[in-house]
Structure formats: structure tokens, C-alpha cells
Design a protein around this ligand. Structure first.
Ligand code: APR
Length: 236
């Protein structure tokens, strides 16, 4: 922890990649961890264009349920610590796989949402996109004024990541002197690949995670524990 603090203090350019684990202490279930409530809905089965085409109502019932759950949560000390780090660091870029919006609510200003945003909806017909944070949604599946189905503004398995957001995320990983990887099982690509890019570019990589991940042996410092406890200590 001491070494990690020193690297962070000396770094002019820092980037962070977060996953579901940083929102776990707010009460948002993870996908693969022990407490994951989504367990009965394997994301690989529902978060796909095929599942939506087959049964848009079922997919929307899952997202509407998640939106309701997320709306009842607050950012935790881990989210707040990253917002504080952004205020202190010369250059800090936050890349998140999370779609819950808790980093924004914690005060982080620049959040690269590489898997989209659960509060965004997009028309499958006319393509119009916008924020809709009603919980619960009045009708499932919701429809656009043009009559076509609306879909959640999230990236599903097999879909491209938002290109401009991804380009900025890759750039941040390459330029970071310190790269924090927080609360992610690091098994979903290309997001997990940002760790390799940061390492290849010579960054000090610090992992904060409750369990071991495929990167735990490779990072420069692996802190095992809760993000809500370790992040405030790291930036203290
Ligand atoms: N503090 C730190 N880490 C935690 C905590 C916590 N309080 N609670 C759980 N974790 C860790 C778990 O040990 C696990 O390694 O967070 C990780 C969460 O992993 P996943 O549930 O797989 O979430 P994530 O890695 O973000 O999933 C990536 O997969 O389903 C898709 O698109 C979805 O963005 C998601 C992507």
C-alpha cells in the first residue's frame, strides 16, 4: 500500500479501469462475484442482441429491475475516492465497464463508459437516443414515438464498443504512468485488455479487488480487499 501511494503521489498521468466490484458496496450486485444477484440471469444469456430480438420484454424486465435497484443506491467511498483523485491529479481518466452511473453521481467529471449507460435508451428504428431515468418504466418493452422498440443504451455481448469512447480509453491506458484496475474480474474483452496496454506502455499497475483475477500475478501491486476501504487509504 505504501509503495502504491508513492507511485500515485509522483504520477502526473493516472488512469483507472473499474468494474462491478466498485459498486458492490453500494448494493449493486456484481455479475460473477459471490454476492451477484444477477446470477439467475447469466449476463451472457440476456445481454445480447439475439436475446433482445427473441424476447424484448424479458430483456427489458431484467434491465428495468436493475434500473430500479440501482436508483435506490448511493455512490460509496470507493466512487468518492476516485472523484477526489480526479480533482487532485494533473491528468486522470476514469474508464468504467459499469453502466450504473454511480461514478457520475459521485462527482467524477470525465467518465468513459465503454459498456454504455443503463439510463440511456436508443430507438431500434430511427436511432434516436436519450436519457430516460424513469423507474419503473411505464410500459415494457418501451417504444419510440416512431413506433419502433427502444433498447437499453448499453453494449451487449458481440457488439462493438462506442468507438470514440474506446479510442480515448486506449489512449489513457497507453499514457498512464499509474493504472488502477478496480473491482473487475478482468475476463471480458476488450475492456480487460486495457491492463495489458498500460503494462506494455510501462505503467505501474495497481489492482484493487476482493478476489484474485487473471492479472493478480502480473500487476505491480495487488491489493486484496474492498474498494470502499482500500481506495480512500490509497489516496489518503
Ligand atoms: N471491492 C473490490 N472488488 C470487489 C468487491 C468490492 N467490494 N466486490 C466484488 N469485487 C470483485 C469480485 O471479486 C470480482 O472479481 O469485483 C469483480 C466483479 O467482477 P464481475 O462481476 O465479473 O464484473 P465485471 O468484471 O465488471 O464484468 C465485466 O461483464 O457482464 C459483463 O458488461 C458486463 O461490464 C460487465 C463485464
Amino acid at each position: 500500500m505504501q509503495r502504491a501511494r508513492e507511485w500515485l503521489r509522483e504520477a502526473r498521468c493516472v488512469a483507472a479501469l473499474t468494474g462491478a466490484g466498485i459498486s458492490a458496496e453500494s448494493g449493486v450486485p456484481t455479475f460473477r462475484g459471490a454476492g451477484g444477484l444477477w446470477r439467475q440471469f447469466r449476463p451472457e444469456d440476456l445481454a445480447t442482441p439475439e436475446a433482445f430480438a427473441r424476447d424484448p420484454r424479458l430483456v427489458w424486465e431484467w434491465y428495468d429491475w436493475r434500473r430500479g435497484l440501482i436508483a435506490a443506491t448511493e455512490p460509496n467511498a470507493g466512487h468518492l475516492a476516485l472523484a477526489e483523485l480526479e480533482r487532485r491529479c494533473g491528468r486522470f481518466t476514469l474508464v468504467t465497464q459499469n453502466v450504473d452511473g454511480l461514478h457520475d453521481r459521485a462527482g467524477s467529471r470525465e467518465v468513459l463508459k465503454v459498456h454504455g449507460d443503463i439510463w440511456e435508451v436508443r430507438c431500434t428504428g430511427c436511432g434516436r437516443a436519450g436519457r430516460d431515468d424513469r423507474v419503473p418504466l411505464p410500459d415494457l418493452p418501451p417504444r419510440c414515438d416512431c413506433g419502433a422498440l427502444l433498447r437499453p443504451g448499453v453494449v451487449w455481448f458481440g457488439e462493438m464498443l462506442p468507438q470514440e469512447v474506446w479510442r480515448r480509453a486506449e489512449c489513457a491506458a497507453r499514457e498512464a504512468e499509474v493504472f488502477l484496475v478496480i473491482g473487475t474480474a478482468a475476463v471480458v474483452y476488450p475492456a480487460a485488455g486495457l491492463v495489458d496496454r498500460a503494462k506494455a506502455a510501462g505503467a505501474k499497475v495497481i489492482e484493487i479487488n476482493l478476489d484474485a483475477t487473471p492479472y493478480s500475478e502480473e500487476v505491480d501491486c495487488s491489493l486484496r480487499g474492498r474498494a470502499g476501504e482500500l481506495l480512500p487509504q490509497l489516496i489518503a
